[in-house]
Design a protein around this ligand. Structure first.
Ligand code: BV8
Length: 253
């Protein structure tokens, strides 16, 4: 038996006890769907990095440019599909009695894969918000007719309903995510460089409370050295393997 198979067996054994599970995902879980990650080599758009565009200053300084970036991302996301890893997490939400999925991603892929209760820490790229009235509406228009778009009722600028750098996360969502991290017995950390705060603190809270931390990431991160399981692998490959072992054990095969 390989070391990987042994690790998967050991983890499946723990999962069969039906523990309270929290999952934190980042851009890496959508990489195999063809969505550029934030800090990977494909993270650039024109000559800009995400951190330069995903800020209120960038938006109000040049709403047209920032909306072009979002329109480009919506175009890519709209043309891609969730992969096997997203579907495993959607199945686990129904399989485990206590399962909370927390994502930093704004692509909506967890919902598209069937996850129903998703804590979207950084918002959703398919929602737009009036910068004056604060009203939020779903909008899947792609490409946008008008860039930058304006509110049909008051004429103010519309913005993507996402959390930019320097903006606070939705408090209720963050509270729920923090509570789930503090009470879970197993925390999966999938496809995140564990760099952006406060999301990156959630696995630390889980570990401090004695949860088993399972990291899935082809690259090492600041969490890797303290994780109980560190699978240096792709989410779309390893999640189905873990799911297979979990189910095999249940039927005793
Ligand atoms: C806030 C939405 C209070 C927009 C995003 C404490 C210390 C230092 C800095 C701060 C701090 N507290 C706050 C800050 C500032 C800032 C911050 O963290 N800055 C960083 C740059 C250090 N945080 C904030 O501003 C947050 N707000 O804290 O409010 C406040 C208020 C005022 C002033 C101060 C504080 C708001 C942060 C939210 C920003 N918005 N997105 C949009 O998407 O357009 S963040 C953006 O980064 C995305 O959401 C993304 O998900 C997220 C995190 O990145 P990752 O998901 O980890 O993606 P990344 O590309 O980095 O890594 C991908 C990983 O996947 C890699 O490790 C790779 O190896 C792996 N991978 C690749 N392929 C695969 C894979 N894994 C598995 N399978 C594969 N196949």
């Amino acid at each position: 038996m390989s070391e990987l198979e042994r690790q998967i067996d050991e983890l499946a054994e723990i999962l069969r006890t039906g523990p309270r599970i929290a999952v934190l995902t980042g851009a890496g879980i959508s990489a195999e769907s063809g969505i550029p990650t934030f800090r990977g080599k494909d993270g650039l758009w024109r000559e800009f990095r995400a951190e330069e565009l995903a800020t209120p200053q960038a938006f109000f300084g040049n709403p047209g440019l920032v909306w072009q970036w979002y329109d480009w991302r919506r175009g890519i996301i709209g043309a891609k599909e969730p992969h096997a890893g997203h579907y495993v997490l959607a199945r686990w939400e129904r399989h485990f009695p206590d399962f909370v999925l927390i994502t930093q991603n704004v692509d909506g892929f967890h919902r598209r894969a069937g996850s129903r209760n998703v804590l979207e820490l950084h918002g959703n790229i398919w929602e737009i918000r009036c910068t004056r009235e604060g009203t939020i509406a779903e909008n899947t228009e792609c490409p946008f007719r008008e860039i930058p778009p304006h509110c049909p009722s008051c004429g103010a600028l519309l913005r993507p309903n996402v959390v930019w750098f320097g903006e606070s996360l939705p408090s209720e969502t963050l509270e729920e995510a923090t509570a789930a991290s503090a009470t879970c017995e197993v925390m999966f950390v999938i496809g995140t460089s564990a760099y952006v705060q406060p999301a990156a603190s959630l696995p630390v809270i889980a570990a401090e409370r004695g949860a088993k931390v399972v990291e899935i990431n082809p690259e090492p991160t600041p969490l890797s050295s303290t994780a109980d399981f560190s699978f240096q692998a792709k989410a779309g490959e390893i999640l189905p393997l873990i799911d297979e072992r979990l189910l095999a054990g249940r039927t005793g095969t």
